[in-house]
Design a protein around this ligand. Structure first.
Ligand code: ADP
Ligand code: 6PG
Length: 161
């Protein structure tokens, strides 16, 4: 099975930033689940409407298919993976190490309000937190630490596992 490190958490937790930095540090390819959303999903999120399970299943399926169809055997993936059922689905055909970026509503809302050129609305943070089922089997990281400290901590934990 392909080995994937998934950086998960709500919108604004820092998934894309952390996944990109970790990918550089570990010299592994990086994928962002954001790039796999359909136009309909993007329009929904742009208008501040939360996605439903029905919106997310085909999206998650397309990510798995993409990974299985590439020749690389290891990836870093930034993906919200908010519910345990989504994580179970991704784990069916991929061997996954989970990294959970933990962030408060206040901090995530402030970050999204400042983040430019992105479709996600800060108003989605509440529904993202309501949907989030905190993983039990993840490397848990305080998302407000410095990016370099986050990357070092993840690398340390990966060595222990
Ligand atoms: N560790 C961090 N410290 C401070 N700001 C951060 C940190 N990680 C991410 N950010 C900022 O927070 C915003 C959201 O980060 P991003 O990686 O896009 O999150 P996500 O992919 O989870 O939505 C961006 O503007 C980013 O620059
Ligand atoms: O499952 C979802 O509701 C979405 O995938 C969401 O969690 C994701 O976070 C968006 O793609 C926004 O993108 P950012 O996470 O990069 O803000």
């Amino acid at each position: 099975m392909k080995n994937i490190i998934v950086i998960m958490g709500i919108s604004g937790a820092g998934k894309s930033n952390v996944a990109e930095a970790l990918s550089k540090s570990l010299h592994l390819p990086y994928l962002d689940a954001d790039d796999f959303h359909s136009k309909a999903n993007l329009m929904k999120m742009s208008s501040g409407t939360p996605l439903t399970d029905d919106d997310r299943w085909p999206w998650l399926a397309s990510i798995v298919e993409h990974i299985l169809n590439t020749h690389r055997s290891e990836f870093i993936l930034a993906c919200s993976a908010l519910k345990q059922s989504y994580r179970d689905y991704l784990s069916q055909r991929l061997s996954i190490t989970w990294v959970f970026l933990d962030i408060t509503e206040h901090e995530a809302t402030a970050r999204l309000a400042n983040r430019k050129q992105h479709y996600t609305q800060a108003s989605l943070v509440q529904s993202q937190l309501a949907t989030l089922e905190i993983p039990k089997n993840a490397i848990k990281i305080n998302a407000t630490d410095k990016l370099s400290s986050i990357v070092s901590r993840i690398e340390l934990q990966l060595k222990k596992d």
